[in-house]
Design a protein around this ligand. Structure first.
Ligand code: NFS
Ligand code: SF4
Length: 635
């Protein structure tokens, strides 16, 4: 294997140390896994029942049907929509926790939480058409929680989920309704996917994929509510200057890495760490407690509080190999099971917190919203304890960190634009798109994957799109890539943006008081915060009286790997957005499913998947798509 593994500069320091310490990393295991199974890669392996596993011969010589008679189209479609169901389950379970926490706060049951952003709560209530006149904050919170939980309970198939109805253009809702893909109940839709993909059920690939699209839209619903209710509880992001990459770990502090996804855990850990700082100093850490983020939890606390980001997905193990992380606290999703073993090689306490997400070898501190403060205190105390066992001779913190200006929620984007036109904040954006100063907008999302040299596709594509005057938004591990590589800085705008984009970013940034341009890529938050980008797009589309599939808007997940990314990509397509994938989706064993997702979708929904593994060509293709959309609008 001569492929470059990662472009993250920290790895150059830490991979040799991993080798010396005898610690295997994700890249070692990737190498050991070669060659990977071709049937799996094509999506034609079926393990849905115990007559199998069955696999379809892609060359046409061997079996063309599984033992039950399912062909490649059925098998591929079933496999991919099960991925969507899993992704939607992850996001909406996260959303359900937040909604239940909001309900608990409204009822005064959860001392660890409060409504930190009342204005946001009121805005959410208005969005959901909840009358707030004369109501106090707990009553509004209760009503918002109730309307949200209906999205998990409604049994009327003809009544779409509340959040999706409140979050899309009218035209898009009509189009999705006509295809019968609007979800009425998140849980029911996910259950239906599991049920229809059982042995001997739905075998029609088109019908299956439509069911998958409905599941993906349930995923979108879950994300919208997770994002907006988290803002009400923890604050709406606004621009903040912070830093990213492993250099944010401090040698003289108790370093606690918060990792996973749900802000319900990390917010309380951050708060309690502030209260226990003195204890850390007493234990000898002269810089007190230093919280750093990993993956989407990292993004959540980064955009809300400016907590520095240590790592995105592929470098989570490297954080431990620095030998200076005293505790890694995790909740759900994207946590490599290898972390407990690596933690044990050092002094690091790897702490799991969710009853349904444990890792052998890790310490488990059960985290419940009702007793969140106590659990957080136990977690921080465990970190301080571990710090005392740290071996300074084994500490290797790479000297890499980049400044990152982050925290661009819808409100702060609109707020920045309002400094140019208070009456009509979207006008400056629309004007600059119409006159071509901004050619289009690209949303970068999704993961890292060992199929791609870490971060390289994100960075290559962003530089090219920037030079061609495309405005860029980012979330998730994509945002982490850009932050680590210095593309969320004003300097990056000056260096990489095309002239007209640079002028627009400078005008907005200067008038918003940033003393210079906006950063080259705007960090909108975690993966669930992809809903923020949709909100901006919907506002623009509504103002122009068009639908989302007419806007010069594209999405890209150049290093996707998670089932959650499959769900997000699919709703992005369903909303009418051309969506690039830079890793090979496991569907190409069925020509029919591939055609459905990359071509037929375009007629049905306006959006479609565009697969291109070469980041340079991918950027070119997205630029072409943007120009085609501009032409359609006559601009
Ligand atoms: Ni999204 Fe976030 Fe990262 Fe991918 Fe995982 S952390 S929810 S799934 S790997 S972007
Ligand atoms: Fe094989 Fe059919 Fe069972 Fe799948 S469902 S494993 S194709 S027999």
């Amino acid at each position: 294997m001569t492929m470059k593994l990662t472009t993250d500069p920290s790895a150059a320091t830490l991979l040799p140390i991993a080798k010396k310490e005898g610690v295997s990393t994700v890249w070692d295991r990737h190498r050991a896994m070669q060659p990977q199974c071709g049937f799996g890669q094509l999506g034609v392996c079926c393990r849905i029942c115990w007559k199998g596993p069955c696999r379809i011969d892609p060359f046409g010589d061997g079996p063309q049907r599984g033992i039950c008679g399912a062909d490649a189209d059925t098998i591929v479609a079933r496999n991919v929509i099960r991925m969507i169901a899993a992704g939607a389950a992850g996001h909406s379970e996260h959303g359900r926790h937040v909604a239940l926490a909001l309900q608990g706060v409204a009822e005064g049951r959860l001392p660890a939480y409060q409504i930190r952003d009342e204005a946001k709560l009121r805005a959410v209530a208005a969005k959901l058409d909840i009358c707030t006149e004369g109501q106090d904050i707990p009553a509004i919170a209760a009503a918002v929680a109730k309307a949200t939980l209906e999205d998990f309970q409604n049994q009327d198939h003809d009544a779409p989920c509340n959040w999706i109805e409140a979050s899309l253009t009218k035209k898009r809702l009509e189009r999705l309704q006509a295809l019968h893909v609007l979800p009425h109940n998140i849980d029911a839709v996910i259950t239906q996917i599991m049920g229809r993909t059982l042995v001997g059920c739905d075998a029609d690939p088109v019908n299956l994929i439509l069911g998958g699209i409905k599941g993906a839209l349930a995923d979108f619903d879950g994300m919208c509510l997770a994002t907006e209710l988290s803002d009400a509880l923890f604050g709406t992001p606004s621009p903040v200057i912070t830093a990213a990459n492993l250099g944010v770990i401090k040698p003289d502090a108790v370093n606690i890495a918060v990792h996973g996804h749900n802000p319900l855990l990390s917010e309380v850990v951050c708060e309690v760490a502030g209260q226990m700082d003195e204890e850390a100093r007493k234990a000898g850490a002269k810089d007190g407690i230093n919280i750093v983020g990993i993956c989407c939890t990292g993004n959540e606390v980064m955009v809300r509080h400016g907590i520095p980001l240590a790592a995105n997905y592929l470098s989570q193990e490297l954080a431990l190999i620095t030998g200076a992380v005293d505790a890694m606290v995790v909740d759900v999703q994207c946590i490599m099971p290898s972390v407990s073993e690596i933690g044990a090689c050092f002094h690091t306490a790897v702490i799991t917190t969710m009853a349904e997400n444990k890792i052998p070898g890790a310490t488990h501190v059960d985290f419940k919203e009702e007793t969140a403060l106590e659990s957080a205190r136990r977690i921080v105390a465990t970190a301080i304890d571990a710090y005392k066992r740290r071996d300074p001779r084994r500490v290797n913190i790479p000297d890499f960190k980049q400044t990152a200006i982050v925290g661009f929620g819808v409100e702060s984007v609109v707020g920045a634009l309002a400094t140019l036109n208070a009456e009509d904040p979207l006008q400056p954006l629309i004007e600059n798109i119409a006159n071509g100063n901004i050619r289009g907008i690209a949303l970068f999302a999704g993961c890292n994957s060992t199929q791609v040299a870490q971060d390289s596709s994100f960075v290559t594509m962003a530089k090219k799109l920037a030079a061609n005057n495309v405005l860029m938004l980012a979330t998730g591990c994509g945002a982490g890539s850009f932050a680590k590589h210095g593309l969320m800085t004003q300097e990056a705008t000056l260096e990489y943006a095309g002239d007209s984009l640079k002028a627009v970013l400078t005008a907005i940034g200067t008038s918003a008081g940033l003393n210079g341009p906006l950063p080259l890529v705007l960090h909108m938050g975690s993966c669930v915060d992809n809903s923020r980008a949709v909100q901006v797009a919907v506002a623009v589309a509504d103002k122009l009286g068009v639908d989302l599939d007419q806007l010069p808007l594209v999405a890209s997940a150049p290093e996707a790997m998670s089932e959650k990314a499959v769900a997000i990509g699919t709703w992005s397509v369903a909303l009418g957005i051309p969506t690039h994938l830079g890793t090979m989706p496991q569907v190409t064993g069925s020509a029919k499913v591939t055609e459905l997702l990359t071509q037929t979708a375009k007629d049905l929904l306006g959006g479609y998947f565009l697969v291109e593994l070469d980041p340079n060509l991918a950027a070119d293709k997205l630029l072409e798509v943007i120009e085609e959309r501009r032409k359609g609008l006559g601009i």
